[in-house]
Design a protein around this ligand. Structure first.
Ligand code: PFF
Length: 451
């Protein structure tokens, strides 16, 4: 690789881009509905433990790998462990990115449609449950917005790391944050909102079965963008002087906080408007518009809000596509433009099956597993990636760092060659080597009913 690799310009850019990858539909769309399906408060406690106890160590492991090797998700393993099969971990990651982006762009497409319908004054005042289902079950519009979103994602990735990814995330993330606070305040002050706040913060452990616990782990990985080489890829663009520990903790903290904010804006509204918290992937789309209806200038705010979600989705989708593109560019010496175009097209095609899961492809489904509703192609891809590939990738990543790379080399990278020593790092390594692999394996095997 003779050509000079791109880098993020500094700590602020790194945090913006990495938090930009972490914060997205996972927080605003997925967290509320998964929490709703798994009973609320108790699920959130388990989620919190997984984010910091397992997610952060996995994130740090990815940062150690990526920054040390300065290469893409697969190339990094080839560099650090030549002539071995460890690179397969990277391959799982590339595959997971591919699959996640396929269904991610379906949901991002829904969001784009909401921007459009709010702009044309066709959103507020509807029966939102029916509105969403009719839209999701149609074909032309969801397909169209899905494609639009993939084109936007590809366009930013073609522009490259600093001029594309970094520039947008730095400005837009703080605006989203502010907006979410305003909406959460509006939601918790709705009449009848207290039920929702209780649902979020009052734990009911009877709802927590092995499935729910695996769902919490999958959600933690999904939301933090770990277990699939995204952080390996991004941290290969970090400078050697950046402090990895601080970055990981601030990203995880921001990500968790935004998920809770999303919960605070959705659940009070769910209960205030008499909806079911376990309505599934449509939950956010069926509730948020009702909050805007109760606000002055609601339509205007609805446009801006859905636009901001699109942007949050974009700062995540570009990180997913970047995993695939960096791999093709570096390992196959493809031009960035071509690598991006071909992978984006392939993902759009797979994504079309997700987008049209409830119409053209509704025959592809699995009925009634574990008493749940039918799983359509969309749900299958989500389950496969989040609850299987990410935990699998995550466990292999920590095993690689803990057992193959070893303590001396890992801590050397983590402490910037001994510059920022901290006792905490030994604890982190202990978790990476022993606790995280056992915990992930256990939750995974129990969740898929193997033990
Ligand atoms: N973390 C993103 C979100 O919460 O929306 C989704 C995501 C991005 C998952 C990148 C995985 C990933 F590698």
């Amino acid at each position: 690789m003779e050509q000079k690799r791109e880098q993020f310009s500094g700590a602020l850019g790194i945090i913006a881009a990495t938090a930009g990858s972490a914060v997205g539909l996972g927080n605003i769309w997925r967290f509320p509905y998964v929490t709703g399906e798994n009973g609320g408060g108790a699920f959130i406690i388990v989620y919190l433990i997984f984010v910091f106890g397992i997610g952060v160590p996995v994130m740090l492991s990815e940062m150690i790998i990526g920054r040390k090797a300065q290469a893409n998700a697969i190339g990094s393993f080839k560099k650090l462990a030549p002539k071995s099969s460890w690179w397969i971990i990277g391959l799982i990651g590339v595959l997971a990115s591919f699959i996640i982006l396929a269904f991610y762009s379906t949901v991002a497409g829904w969001t784009l449609h909401y921007v459009y319908s709010a702009t044309t004054q066709n959103l507020l005042g509807q029966d939102y449950g029916t509105y969403f289902i009719n839209f999701k079950d149609s074909t032309a519009m969801p397909a169209f917005w899905h494609i639009v979103f993939m084109v936007l994602t590809a366009a930013i990735v073609i522009a490259g790391v600093q001029k594309g990814i970094e520039k947008y995330t730095k400005v837009l993330m703080p605006i989203l944050f502010l907006f979410m606070i305003i909406l959460a305040v509006r939601a918790v002050t709705l009449p009848g909102a207290s039920e929702g706040v209780k649902f979020l913060f009052k734990p009911d452990f009877s709802k927590l079965d092995a499935n729910a616990i695996l769902a919490a782990l999958g959600q933690a990985f999904f939301s933090l963008s770990v277990g699939m080489g995204t952080i390996i890829t991004y941290s290969s663009y970090f400078k050697k002087k950046e402090k990895l520990g601080g970055i990981a903790v601030s990203v995880a903290g921001t990500d968790f906080f935004i998920a809770i904010l999303a919960g605070l804006m959705i659940f009070p509204a769910v209960f205030a408007f008499g909806m079911a918290p376990d309505s599934g992937p449509g939950l956010v789309f069926m509730t948020i518009p009702s909050i805007f209806e109760q606000m002055p200038l609601g339509n205007f705010f609805a446009i801006i809000f859905f636009l901001l979600i699109v942007i949050a989705a974009l700062t995540s989708s570009i990180s997913l596509l970047e995993v695939v593109v960096a791999y093709f560019v570096e390992e196959f010496k493809m031009k960035r433009v071509w690598a991006t175009a071909t992978s984006a097209i392939a993902i759009t095609v797979l994504g079309m099956f997700c987008t049209l899961s409830w119409s053209t492809f509704k025959a592809i489904k699995i009925d009634n597993i574990a008493g749940n509703e039918s799983m359509f192609f969309f749900d299958m891809m989500d389950f496969l990636a989040s609850n299987i590939l990410l935990p699998l990738g995550g466990v292999l990543i920590v095993i690689f760092v803990g057992w193959k790379l070893g303590k001396a080399r890992s801590l050397n990278e983590l402490t910037n060659e001994g510059l920022h020593k901290s006792k905490l790092y030994s604890l982190v390594f202990f978790i990476v080597k022993y606790i995280a692999p056992i915990a992930i394996m256990f939750v995974f095997l129990k969740g898929v009913n193997v033990i």
